[in-house]
Design a protein. Structure first.
Length: 509
């Protein structure tokens, strides 16, 4: 390939996908002349890194004393000094004699060796995590910790994390070009082709960053969606997740497909001038409306079940809380069920309702039905909007609860954040007026004094869902609340105008 430029510069055409597969060198050398006898410039080295060139070479031709000198540089595999490239000393042209193919083969072998050492069987793939923001470093770090948990929950091995707090944030790419350069090289050295941003990216940011890096780029929302997609089992769960994914995808359908479209656009009677992009968009839209109709039917059925329960006067208690708080473990214990429990974020995606057994709870007078307990999807900071929308029917069901148990992992260093996030989401879902019990779980992981102090500070009770004997006070509290609620309901039925909400609140319900 010969690219012609002038003394001011050259424009390198798009090399995207010149080589595909694992992150590796491009298979291209850039050889050009320098007319003032100067060594490799900052731009030369940037091209070397951004374009992943095999080598960049400048030949000085100026008719003076350093005429015919060769300046060259190449990228380096992972190394203790964390160097990105090696710059060779200048060489007279006639003495510059290397067997390039042999040399480049051994360089690529070294890259590959560095990439291999990190692979382990437990994970599907490797990724580098990035966070760019103006919040405090501590806040960014905390959020990054959670992103790491999320990545691992989805089967991704985190090989490196980068946190950046620039003075000004680039609108187009979030991170500056300098950092992107480091990032590309890091990815190549470690054999990573997936970058995960802690911040949610706009469609155009996502496109610019993946164009620039030629790596797969996803954000926090997509990562969560990916986990949900892996975990959804029921028809309803699957439909909900696919719907959320498609809605997120629609505005992000890559501009790249445009180029392809010019080849396929006219095939199959799709109408003149219709690009591939539009076709894909149209298909996605069709699928979205199909899924939406399906959701409607499913939620209709849900509605019927709920109405039956209501008619029978069965009290509903729902366990809510941050993901991994131990909700399913608690529901299992209280209802002697076998719901899946895992030390992963979002182990539960499908709500499950089970009957409480053998406790002194108020029953519907006519048929003596026990109350039921519902296990729910966990909450998380920045819960994707589309996901919230898709899970609406599930969350709506929570509205019918008589009592919410807000379960908090007391041993989690970010428990306060978790509590606040849950409170915020409850308001967003319109659930804040339902009577609530604050319950701290995993008390076995902290010492007694600390547990007691936290309970006192927030007015909660503590349990350990893996120790049945610790549940006494919780059962008592649930029982008491349910009786109170029953009483209030009765009274409101008897009072012609019903009870004002403030009445409920002044009674602590
Ligand atoms: N030490 C200890 N571990 C617990 C306790 N309760 C639950 N766990 C563990 O915490 C992890 C998460 O439990 P789950 O019941 O799956 O949590 P969850 O709230 O349902 O989580 P998601 O469904 O993912 O939102 C599991 O590994 C449990 O064994 C507890 O009281 N003490
Ligand atoms: Mg669960």
């Amino acid at each position: 390939m010969v690219i012609v430029g002038d003394q001011r510069g050259i424009t390198i055409p798009e090399l995207t996908r010149y080589r595909i597969g694992m992150p590796r060198l491009r298979g291209l050398r850039l050889i050009h002349t320098h007319l003032k006898g100067e060594p490799l410039s900052e731009d030369d080295l940037t091209d070397l890194a951004l374009l992943r060139l095999d080598m960049v070479v400048a030949l000085s031709v100026n008719g003076q004393k350093n005429d015919g000198l060769i300046y060259s540089a190449y990228l380096l595999p992972e190394n203790p000094e964390r160097k990105i490239w090696e710059i060779n000393p200048p060489f007279p042209l006639r003495q510059f004699d290397i067997d390039f193919l042999k040399w480049i083969q051994s360089l690529e072998d070294q890259f590959q060796k560095g990439q291999r050492t990190l692979t382990t069987r437990k994970f599907r793939e490797k990724a580098i995590l990035i966070s760019v923001g103006r919040e405090s470093r501590e806040a960014l770090e905390r959020s990054m910790e959670e992103l790491k948990d999320l990545a691992e929950s989805s089967g991704v091995q985190v090989v490196e994390t980068m946190i950046q707090r620039p003075q000004t944030i680039s609108h187009s790419t979030l991170i500056g070009t300098g950092k992107i350069k480091d990032l590309i090289i890091k990815c190549m050295q470690l054999g990573v082709d997936l970058i995960i941003f802690d911040q949610n990216l706009t469609p155009s940011q996502m496109a610019s960053i993946s164009d620039l890096t030629e790596l797969r780029v996803i954000d926090r929302t997509q990562l969560i969606l990916d986990i949900f997609a892996q975990r959804a089992h029921t028809r309803e769960g699957k439909t909900q997740v696919e719907l959320a994914q498609l809605k997120y995808l629609l505005p992000r359908l890559s501009r790249k497909t445009l180029a392809l479209s010019r080849l396929t656009g006219g095939i199959g009677g799709r109408g003149p001038g219709e690009t591939k992009l539009e076709i894909d968009r149209r298909r996605v839209r069709e699928r979205i409306s199909l899924l939406e109709r399906e959701m409607e039917q499913l939620s209709h059925r849900r509605e019927q079940r709920r109405a039956l329960r209501k008619k029978a006067g069965i009290p509903v208690v729902s366990v809510i809380g941050y993901t991994n708080a131990g909700k399913s473990t608690l529901v299992n214990l209280l209802t002697r069920s076998d719901l899946p429990v895992e030390d992963k974020l979002f182990a539960t995606l499908d709500t499950a309702t089970r009957r409480f057994k053998g406790v002194n709870f108020p029953r519907a007078e006519e048929n003596g039905e026990d109350p039921v307990l519902t296990d729910t999807v966990g909450f998380i900071k920045d819960l994707p909007r589309d996901l919230m929308g898709a899970f609406r029917p599930t969350f709506d069901e929570l509205k019918e609860s008589d009592l919410l148990i807000h379960l908090v992992d007391i041993s989690h260093p970010r428990r306060l954040d978790h509590m606040q996030t849950v409170e915020k989401i409850l308001v967003e879902l319109g659930l804040e007026s339902i009577p609530r019990l604050l319950v701290f779980n995993k008390e076995d992981k902290l010492d007694r004094e600390e547990v007691r102090a936290i309970c006192r500070r927030y007015g909660g009770i503590s349990i350990s869902a893996i120790h049945p004997e610790s549940l006494g006070s919780l059962l008592e509290a649930i029982s008491k609340k349910l009786w109170e609620i029953r009483l209030m309901k009765k009274r409101s039925e008897e009072t012609p105008n019903g009870l004002e909400r403030s009445d409920l609140e002044s009674n602590g319900i």
